[in-house]
Ligand binder design. Sequence first.
Ligand code: SF4
Ligand code: SF4
Length: 342
Amino acid sequence: MSHQQAVIHHEKLLQFLDGLISSGKHLYAPQRKTGKTYFLPVSQSGSIVFDEIQTTLSPKEILFPKVERLLSYEQNNGTLHVIDHGTAGQMPDRVLFGSRPCDASALHTLAEFFRRDEPDAFIEQRQKSLTVISVSCVQSDQNCFCTSVGSSPGDTRGSDILLTPVGNGKYFVEVLTEKGQSLVGASGQYFETSGPFDKTKVLANIDRSFSSTEVAACLSKSFDHPFWNDASLRCLGCGACAYVCPVCSCFDIQDEGTAKKGGRLRCWDSCGFSLFTLHTSGHNPRKTQSDRWRQRLMHKFFYMPDRFGLLGCVGCGRCSRACPADMNIKEQLIEIKKTMEI
Ligand code: SF4
Ligand code: SF4
């Protein structure tokens, strides 16, 4: 469909969101909890936080929960009952509001990643039932680098509707997909028609620090480079960077229960953990933290683009904000480009 454009005022936007809740949709939006900001279920629009540059955790859990039950089993009178949670039940209609363009783009990448080979029924169902309303960035901080990874503060990728604050409590609205059209079409009273608007006049100005294609070319020849030893010296292997990242997709499968009753769980994991690659024999092919840090960057910026045509980073900067050891991914990528340039 061709993009439709409109304008909405802040108060009407709140009414529109409350209307979505009243109509039975499950709305998730940024909300404060213990001094941090998360995407949480919303019961009324007044609790939504609009002024954060970036939430503490990304909306990744909406598609890919931290822990999820894949199957359950129970034996009754000698009969085994198995429930495959990937095919059981219908997902409710969900709306994600207030994601930044980088987060919407990350959800798109994540869904594409899990669609390879054998499509993941859990992620597919969640993506089908989800409508994404993002808000463009009119402010940024020193950790943001979306423009270096092929995106921008007003990127439409992954969003069904994109709102851009244009001042005086107004938002320029781009309706980008049929899912977006269906929400706006059912609530036309809140929107005013509008002509085109040049978003670049109001978007945050984020300098391009490197080109991800050039970084990938450097990484392709860097496996044995001494850079990795120095680069990873501060890394504690805590995994915080992976847990806040909207694109990281490492997981572990755990079985729990007894022969009579139990289940299988999928839980987030991180390639930064030493246990991630530890074999039962005791051998670990990534035995040092530098091996693991190299894997993190290689996977995101070289292996994923090379194998799947997807970049494993959207430049949200969360990993740099969250790292207790002050490891900064943007600085490291600039350094890789300088050190390894051929
Ligand atoms: S958050 Fe920092 S210290 Fe922890 S694993 Fe990531 S880079 Fe290492
Ligand atoms: S690697 Fe860091 S900057 Fe890139 S998407 Fe993940 S959290 Fe954001």
